[in-house]
Design a protein around this ligand. Structure first.
Ligand code: SF4
Ligand code: SF4
Length: 105
């Protein structure tokens, strides 16, 4: 598995984060896993709507990190399956909320 410029690649799947910020703005779409980060609106308290980036990126929780999140929370499935599900989750958010929200400031 390789990681370069926000792209994860293994022998079966590629996942590329385009930094749209939709996952950080819609924590409730992931059930209760991120409830401790919820600012009361469903958005993460550490999300910067101006830059669309994480304000605590270097020390963000394990559940916000692809590899560590997999090892800690999701390792009952293969890493390829996990990447595929992650990619589907991103597509779901983009379809549900659309590009207008990606540009919300
Ligand atoms: S929704 Fe997906 S593509 Fe957008 S920031 Fe989150 S992980 Fe990256
Ligand atoms: S801590 Fe950072 S990466 Fe995690 S949900 Fe909040 S803004 Fe997103």
């Amino acid at each position: 598995m390789l990681f370069k410029n926000n792209e994860y690649v293994d022998n079966q799947c590629t996942f590329n984060c385009d930094k749209c910020g939709l996952c950080c703005q819609h924590l409730r779409d992931f059930g209760d896993l991120y409830h401790d980060l919820d600012d009361g609106t469903g958005c993460c308290r550490y999300y910067d709507s101006r830059t669309r980036l994480c304000r605590i990126y270097e020390i963000r929780p394990l559940k916000c990190r692809v590899e560590e999140g997999y090892s800690t929370y999701f390792n009952s499935i293969s890493f390829s399956e996990y990447l595929a599900k992650t990619r589907l989750g991103c597509m779901f958010l983009k379809e549900k909320y659309g590009s207008h929200e990606q540009n919300k400031v």
